[in-house]
Design a protein around this ligand. Sequence first.
Ligand code: MN
Length: 429
Amino acid sequence: MTAGMPWLDHTHDPAAQSWVESANLEACEFPIQNLPFGRFRASGTQEWRVGVAIGDAVLDLRQAGVIDHADMRRLLGLTPNERRALRLTLHAGLMRGSEQERLWRVALSPMSQVQLGLPCDIRDYTDFYVGMHHATAVGKLFRPENPLLPNYKWVPIGYHGRASTIFPSGQSFRRPHGQVRGAPGEAPQFGPSRRLDYELELGIIVGRPNAPGEPVVIADAEDHVFGLALFNDWSARDIQAWEYQPLGPFLSKSFASTISPWIVTLEALAPFRRPFVRPDGDPAPLPYLDCEANRAAGALDIELEVRLQTQAMRAAGSQPEVLSRSNFADAAYWTMAQLVTHHTSNGCALSTGDLLGTGTLSGPEPQQAGSLLELAQAGETPVALTNGETRSVLHDGDTVVMRGFCRRAGFRSIGLGSCEATVSPAREG
Ligand code: MN
């Protein structure tokens, strides 16, 4: 393997089992091979603690004596070697038969009894647009004659978002107000958005920073990535349609985004890599966005899923219903390494705790779309739910749940947990 590509080691051994018995159940997303990091607190306490998810529990890293602080940013800033050493320590201590069991048991809390927060204080937030099938499908709705703009296959497209309104999973948010235009030629009006949507994305959490003026070359790019979380970039399509030209999305996006509580590290994701390939006939990436390691294993095989639970479904006791499924590797036209390298190629500094959203990860088939806009074809083909309700846009009381899974023969499956939130009614007046 090449620099920047994490090695497979004994921490990926599928036979390894933990003394935390729930971690050994086949359906468990947080077996000893995963070990994602997040922040939690006991109810009634203020201070966030840094923990690792294992089975249905959270291990408090400071209480366990693994680290001497509760500062997630310090953890994110570890060098790749330090991070690997931490993974080895956690893996060894959580293994069945470990001498640490007696000491660490007191640092273990049931996940159901703690509050999970934002995985870290998020510094800056950039949202990319790596989903080519999404870009094409949305482009078709807005510009039937010219769906994919000519820069798309050359430049990883992105915009600067706001970190101030990124919420932890489980926190509801209000439907935004904004300026919306009815038909072309009509004067715009100000009011609650009527075309609220979700976007199925992954969030890339930046670990090591780069200095201003010092681009990160692609062979080193993954050394600056700590790991991934699920990310829902809620979008008000009516506000977006009126405001997005000429400078891109603004208030149609910044009212709320939701991120899942656990950051799954690149080490945990190592078994699920795939070659990065371009469709035949597409341009090769420019040399600064290309390297052998990125071609060999730059893509990640992560299955993604969106579910919806309406208020009526909740009242009837029905579980969230699947709207679509896709896969990061099939959906993305650019890799994590290319995003980091492109972002810093002009000298822009990324900081520890920055978040890079991938953009909506729609698969190649229409039913694999990662937004309602695409699934319902801008209202032409509303999505039919089993209870008889339909959806082209989100209603108040709708809960959207996103999940992610990695599976490969010969390895233990892992999950990314859950990213969910409920739409609350707009503010009065
Ligand atoms: Mn987005």
